[in-house]
Ligand binder design. Structure first.
Ligand code: NAI
Ligand code: MG
Length: 346
């Protein structure tokens, strides 16, 4: 039996994850173990990621994570983000972030407000390196100079770029684009681009590369230009939040953090303190993360069924306020659950 460690975290993590767990239990037989992490946890136990949670995550085959609130800068000494710690601990080097509106972009309420966009089918995947770059946490203050080290290794670049090409081929994608800033970051992104140019020769699929700044514009202006994007950690973090605006926002953006032995699934969004407690958070990003969990354990047909249920809700405007609807978090979870049950009943 597949063991899932569920970590709800803070804020809307506590509201959206239970909806995702409902879908998980509806479609499979899992052993679920729970773990605590985040700011509330820090206040309670003096650590944002207790050893007990780490042990449970180690025991599990996969992890389902909600979102955590970070303390304000300077508030907690030597603070380490639990999610970054888990990614490092299990060497979850590939962060896969699909940006997909299921072909129903124009009827998503908020999207229609973006008058400058003619959004039709948005379907791209951002593959973000997940263990290196500025996120290695080597920051220091030398008197009045604050310094952060940006680490890009050949090994790290090779494995994420290979992952992106393999992913593209396996999922019938047409192109892999490397996003970088090698014109300025000549050594670090220079290495990443060099590795990309070597590896692309081994795959029979279109490959190109763009600078990150113009990509930030083109994601909005010409999103159809992109299919699979592979990029370094921080650019991937920023571009994936930006790209989520094309599909109505973070409420629809799931992700998978994949390593050779373990994987962690989580919505791209954070704990959203501005809406936490109102029970209006969109659970679709978490539910779509469960779909990615099923893909990962080799049950893609269940993942597809979940995506179909989400598409049904989008078409029929059974959505939370972020997508222009009036439903609560739990209502959307139940709509998706009922769609799946109806399918199962025949
Ligand atoms: P956020 O992703 O929490 O929220 C950004 C905006 O999107 C807010 O207006 C929020 O209401 C909206 N939003 C996000 N998810 C939504 C959903 N499911 N349904 C409807 N609307 C949604 O980012 P923010 O506000 O910058 O950060 C809040 C906290 O979350 C911070 O403490 C930050 O450090 C943390 N964070 C944690 C992450 C994680 O646990 N992996 C990732 C990103 C941020
Ligand atoms: Mg982010």
């Amino acid at each position: 039996m597949v063991k899932v460690c569920v970590i709800e975290g803070d804020g809307i993590g506590k509201e959206v994850v239970p909806e995702a767990v409902k879908i998980l239990n509806e479609l499979g037989d899992f052993e679920i173990i729970e773990g605590e992490a985040g700011l509330e946890c820090l206040k309670k136990y003096g650590t944002a990621l207790p050893e007990e949670t780490v042990e449970r995550a180690k025991e599990a085959d996969v992890i389902l994570f909600g979102a955590i609130t970070s303390p304000k800068p300077g508030e907690v000494k030597n603070y380490k983000s639990p999610i970054i710690t888990l990614r490092k601990l299990f060497d979850l080097y590939a962060n896969v972030r699909p940006i997909n509106n299921f072909g129903v972009g124009q009827i998503i309420g908020k999207i229609a407000d973006y008058k400058f966009l003619d959004v039709k089918n948005i379907d791209m995947v951002i593959i973000r390196e997940n263990t290196e770059d500025l996120y290695v946490g080597r920051e220091r203050l030398d008197e009045n100079e604050a310094i952060a080290e940006r680490v890009i290794t050949r090994k790290g670049s090779e494995r994420i770029i290979k992952f992106a090409f393999e992913y593209a081929i396996k999922n019938n994608r047409k192109k892999v684009s490397c996003i970088h800033k090698a014109n300025v970051l000549r050594v670090t992104d220079g290495l990443f681009l060099e590795v990309f140019n070597e590896i692309k020769k081994h795959y029979n699929i279109e490959a190109d590369d763009y600078l990150v700044d113009s990509t930030a514009m083109n994601l909005i202006k010409n999103p159809e230009k992109f299919d699979v994007i592979v990029t370094t950690n921080m650019f991937g973090d920023i571009l994936s939040d930006e790209a989520s605006a094309l599909i109505g926002g973070l409420g629809l953006a799931p992700s998978a953090n994949i390593g050779d032995k373990k994987a962690l699934f989580e919505p791209v969004h954070g704990s959203a303190p501005d809406i936490a407690g109102k029970k209006i958070a969109n659970p679709m990003a978490s539910i779509l993360s469960v779909a990615m969990l099923f893909d990962y354990i080799g049950e893609k047909e269940k993942g597809d069924l979940i995506r179909e249920a989400v598409k049904y809700c989008l078409i029929n405007k059974k959505v939370t306020p972020d997508l222009g609807g009036g439903l609560k978090t739990e209502d959307v979870g139940n709509e998706i659950l009922n769609y799946i049950r109806a399918y199962k009943d025949g």
